[in-house]
Design a protein around this ligand. Sequence first.
Ligand SMILES: Cc1cc2nc3c(=O)[nH]c(=O)nc-3n(C[C@H](O)[C@H](O)[C@H](O)COP(=O)(O)OP(=O)(O)OC[C@H]3O[C@@H](n4cnc5c(N)ncnc54)[C@H](O)[C@@H]3O)c2cc1C
Length: 290
Amino acid sequence: MKPPRFQYCAPQILDDALALLERQGGEAKILAGGQSLVPLLNMRLAAPAYLIDINRLSELNYIQPEDEYLAIGATVRQSQVERSALVQERHPLLIEVIRHIGHMQIRNRGTVVGSIVHADPAAELPTLLACLDGSVLLQHNGGERLLKADTFFRGYLETALEPQEMAVEVHFPWVDARAGWAFMEFARRSGDYALVGAAAVLTPGEDGTCRQAQLAYSGVAGAPVRARDVENLLVGSTLDERTLDEAAQLARAVVSEDMSDIHATAEYRRVLVAELTRRVLQRAWTRRRG
Ligand SMILES: Cc1cc2nc3c(=O)[nH]c(=O)nc-3n(C[C@H](O)[C@H](O)[C@H](O)COP(=O)(O)OP(=O)(O)OC[C@H]3O[C@@H](n4cnc5c(N)ncnc54)[C@H](O)[C@@H]3O)c2cc1C
């Protein structure tokens, strides 16, 4: 399969990339790791007139710890994060999530930011960003805006990114040192996009009950979904068997009615979500400190 014709440019500095984006507007696409864009081009599901390759923008190749979050620049590969000693020590949940993405060859090329912008509802990283209330930093020629995950993700492969904007950085908030966390998913084969996935962070309070619960799912709707009702149920509990049963049943509601496709019916996804909820909460709670 061959892609449609396009013009290719590979700027060396961010300002030039943003200027190009402004000039080409809706006719241009950013090329990062190419792991989603190139198949789309080859299948002719996308036909941009210009490709702006950002792989030479070394100024965006950083993994930077900030006070409240870990900042990851737009050219950082998924495997770079996976191998980072800093991330291993300070954000192990992010590594647990990344290891579920495709295969090593995909992660060696695919970028963290590219996965967020591509916004596949089955993808792992958007789900983690939603779970942690993370943000995406968007820049255009002469300005920037920082969008929270719940504003950024709009629907199936759809985000709030405007044609003249580039996502330059993503912010994954730190997880409280006492919190337990987990990411789990159901996939037919290891490395496949999962049918459903779930990320959980449970922060215990001084009295041993759950003080804060964060729970998000992939593969249940057009965009990642936070299970607010389940989170509310968990707060103040000790995640005993009865609460886990209730949480599992309540979580079924995160699956949209229109989530039946060739891979699974919506009802099958609900069954998976109920079981996954129980398992991911148990694992997260077991890992808490305090
Ligand atoms: C066989 C296979 C299996 C895979 N399995 C999984 C999986 O299990 N889970 C998973 O999550 N993903 C999976 N992927 C996708 C992979 O994670 C991609 O790397 C990711 O979706 C996109 O990142 P990328 O850097 O390759 O972006 P690209 O493919 O280069 O770009 C993807 C889209 O994002 C836009 N874009 C990229 N970066 C920016 C930016 N900085 N600013 C603005 N727009 C930008 C592009 O214009 C394009 O529209 C798989 C891919 C393959 C080929």
